[in-house]
Design a protein around this ligand. Structure first.
Ligand code: GLU
Length: 596
């Protein structure tokens, strides 16, 4: 068959050539060793933790090697297209501080970056493969394919179009193809796989055992089956049976398959490292063969491990699931108010096992200075643990100054809890309580900068040797500090059982009577101790523990009564500090409210 004639028949309108494309997209001018990575999401509008995890790897590799990270939208399957999906991806990653250097929606010399706009480019390569006898049109119908599958399943054979099952389509004559096309029969274009042939072109040595080829792939003959051996950037050496399927490269609608678009795009966009999920590992032999057929150098493949978690019910490891695990969606972190740095820092602990050690030795160094490397990644499955994320977050938030934390909270509230924005921008005094003498609302209440009031609240207990380490996310922080806002204040717990109702009122009455807002912390606590001892409670918990019969309880029980009145809960930072922020009037009125 005259393959050039066939190529002209199939693609009469395609005139471009691969060498023109090589000229149009020349090798990138980057420093030695620079890595070019990319993210290739489908525009489904759902972006999850696995995407972020992969993008973070891409971004780190590119940054640390002075390379480049770009965004390509893999929209060859228009059924999956969701309006606004590209913005969703960029804004989600932007939130986590992951920026692209070029790509969809941005400028760049290697586009178009939407696969749907690259049809003419793909067709040039398909035509070229047909003209070299490396690809052919296939007119098998859905029914034919189903029939073949049935036979293969009945024989216990691998399904697909390969070997003898490909013969019928491979051997069509030019005239048959021409008349099929004239009759308007739909067809796909398939790769003519070299399959399992012991072929000198496959570069096996004389004994047919093994031989290294350019691009780092070794072919080896194991018991009559050809295997490819190559080095995955994360997994090290991988060995898999070579592809023998005549895979579809161009669908009947003229759109390429993922496999083909991947080879063409990653070559022309000069990707050096393809970071993608483990689920693509199985397709690697197809990709190796496609790159070879196209005459392209192979990029370094880096197959990341699937994110797993321990199932709460069974205690077994399982994949994170869209249906079962809200934490898989990136929206979860955003709506809960996790700080992007915390999520990134946590991901780094999963990505490189020596990160935690590095962080302990360099508590104040930016994450970006850590020498991330793909070789240090674990290929055995990355275990995601929300509790661990929360612990990491506590440390990360402690390193963020209260001013910044306050702004972060306000931004979060604007996006996720607009109803509390006025509270966060105000001074905590109830909207309806005109004239209350809380601290004056700062000017910033009308601007977006955080007001002093919120900054002071967030600053409590964060200094000193044992700083408060309980902030996890903006949502949880707001719950923790909500008692500073009169509109949210409520008493959530009851007084300790050691304290009778009568004593509780008496404690509050005496507290109010002796209250002096100007007392320092120790004067203040001395007064509580006096109230405690006067009413028959031990001045120190240990005295009570030693002689429980001599006392009703201890000073801690007494101060809990006061804490509940001011804060509404038994756990909180230092009450004296809280009162200083609430102001005298509001402190007194919270006690008074319980005495009527
Ligand atoms: N479009 C593919 C996906 O969404 C990208 C895989 C790749 O990075 O090559 O899974």
């Amino acid at each position: 068959m005259d393959n050039n004639k066939l190529a002209a028949l199939l693609f009469p309108e395609v005139t471009g050539t691969p060498s023109e494309l090589e000229d149009r997209f020349p090798k990138r001018q980057l420093p030695q060793g620079a890595m070019v990575t990319r993210m290739g999401p489908s525009p489904t509008g759902f972006i999850h933790l696995g995407n972020l995890y992969g993008a973070f790897v891409d971004e780190r590799m590119a940054r640390l090697s002075n390379g480049l990270f770009y965004l390509r939208i893999e929209d060859t399957d228009d059924k999956r297209y969701v309006e606004g999906a590209v913005e969703t991806v960029t804004s989600a990653l932007d939130f986590f501080g992951i920026k692209f250097d070029e790509g969809a929606g941005m400028s760049g010399d290697y586009g178009p970056y939407y696969q749907s706009q690259r049809k003419d480019i793909y067709q040039i390569y398909v035509k070229d493969l047909v003209s070299k006898g490396k690809a052919y049109p296939c007119f098998l119908t859905e029914e034919d394919l189903a029939e073949i599958r049935k036979t293969q399943e009945a024989n216990g054979e691998t399904t697909g179009i390969y070997g003898k099952y490909a013969e019928k389509s491979r051997s069509l004559s030019y005239e048959e193809i021409e008349s099929n096309i004239a009759a308007g029969l739909p067809y796909v274009v398939r790769l003519r796989s070299k399959g399992n042939e012991v072929d000198p072109d496959h570069c096996l040595n004389e004994t047919g055992s093994a031989c290294e080829r350019d691009g780092g792939v070794t072919y080896a003959n194991h018991d009559g089956r050809i295997y490819i051996h190559l080095k995955d950037g994360i997994r090290g050496e991988v060995a898999m049976p070579a592809n023998d399927q005549d895979v579809v490269i161009l669908k009947a609608n003229g759109i390429p398959t993922y496999h083909f678009a991947h080879a063409v795009d990653d070559h022309l966009m000069r990707t050096t490292h393809v970071v993608r999920g483990e689920e693509w590992l199985m397709s690697l032999p197809i990709h190796v063969e496609l790159f070879e057929a196209l005459g392209f150098d192979l990029p370094v493949y880096c197959h990341t491990a699937v994110l797993m978690k321990i199932d709460d019910e069974t205690g077994n490891k399982r994949k994170l699931s869209k249906r079962l695990d809200p934490e898989l969606s990136l929206d979860y972190y955003r709506s809960e108010g996790y700080h992007p740095l915390a999520v990134k820092e946590y991901l780094m602990t999963i990505l490189n096992s020596d990160f935690e050690e590095w962080r302990a030795a360099n508590p104040d160094t930016p994450l970006e200075d850590f020498e991330f490397s793909i070789e240090k990644m674990n290929s055995a499955g990355a275990l995601f643990d929300l509790n661990k994320l929360n612990d990491v977050s506590k440390d990360v938030l402690l390193r963020i100054p209260p001013e910044e934390l306050a702004e972060f909270m306000i931004d979060w509230a604007k996006e996720c809890r607009p109803e509390i924005v006025p509270l966060l921008l105000g001074d905590g005094v109830s909207e309806g309580a005109a004239g209350a003498d809380g601290p004056a609302a700062s000017d910033s209440a009308t601007t977006s900068a955080a007001p002093e009031y919120l900054i002071k609240i967030l600053a409590i207990g964060r200094e000193g040797k044992k700083p408060r380490k309980d902030f996890i996310s903006a949502g949880q922080m707001f719950d923790f500090i909500s008692y500073f806002y009169d509109d949210c204040f409520m008493i959530r717990e009851t007084v300790p059982e050691e304290v009778s109702d009568g004593d509780a009122s008496e404690i509050l009455r005496r507290y109010l009577e002796s209250y002096d807002h100007n007392d320092d912390q120790s004067q203040w606590f001395d007064k509580i101790r006096t109230i405690a001892t006067d009413l028959g409670y031990a001045a120190k918990p240990k005295d009570y523990k030693k002689n429980p019969d001599e006392y009703k309880g201890h000073v801690g029980h007494v101060s809990t009564v006061i804490r509940l009145a001011i804060v509404g809960r038994s756990q909180s930072p230092d009450v004296w500090e809280i009162q200083q922020i609430l102001g005298e009037e509001r402190t007194r009125s919270r006690i008074e409210a319980l005495l009527v």
